[in-house]
Design a protein around this ligand. Sequence first.
Ligand code: BEZ
Length: 253
Amino acid sequence: MAQSWDAAQYARQGRFVADMAGGVFDLLAAQAGETILDLGCGDGALTAKIAATGARVVGVDSSASMVEAARGLGLEAHLLPGDELTFDGEFDAVFSNAALHWMHNQDAVLAGVKRALKPGGRFVAEMGGHGNIASIRVALAAVFADWGLDAYGMDNNFFPTATDYRARLEAAGFSVETIALIPRPTPLPETGMRGWLETFRRGLLDRLPEQHREAAIEKTVALLKPVLHSPEEGWVADYVRLRFAAWVLVASP
Ligand code: BEZ
């Protein structure tokens, strides 16, 4: 079952995703007058921040609820999966935050991003990288095993190494300026690990019969508390980012 999104729930539990995106936003360095595609724009929080630079921004997302929320901010947003982009040579930059790891056909994503860019355009993005949410994944695997289920096998995220993603970018015709894994411990809002699981692991939890979901959440939270929670800092998730900037190679004459 695919992950589904509810923009209202995301606004309560997932605001930190945009709030912590300063690094990749700075790397984009959007300029007034540029035309930028926000790939996986979600509810438009970062899209609006890019628009505030004076750039023209178009958002795309595969969730109708998120697209509606982005449009509600007055943004141009389209319902479009990342691996079905239809743009052709229109953008100075493609930006993406915390979205690529949900997309299944990475080769189609990168081909569509390249096609969307003008010659010499840039692709600046951040996604979950190798080792992202490692302890959360291990805890879920242990809990799901109690019901005879393989949580790793049902996990629909892609968290590549820098070496893997550099090779994909280069194969798709990009020149990679910078790419690195960045550990980023991520404080969670007051709803803690329960709120995180209910928001970001809905797709996985929905695979359990409804009467077992509450027990699964409680067991996962209990397993994780000794390693991801402290009285001083509350819940801090073990995020690892993969951040990169890559340029479309301009064919020599
Ligand atoms: C993230 O790395 O942003 C992420 C990945 C999977 C679930 C939730 C968040």
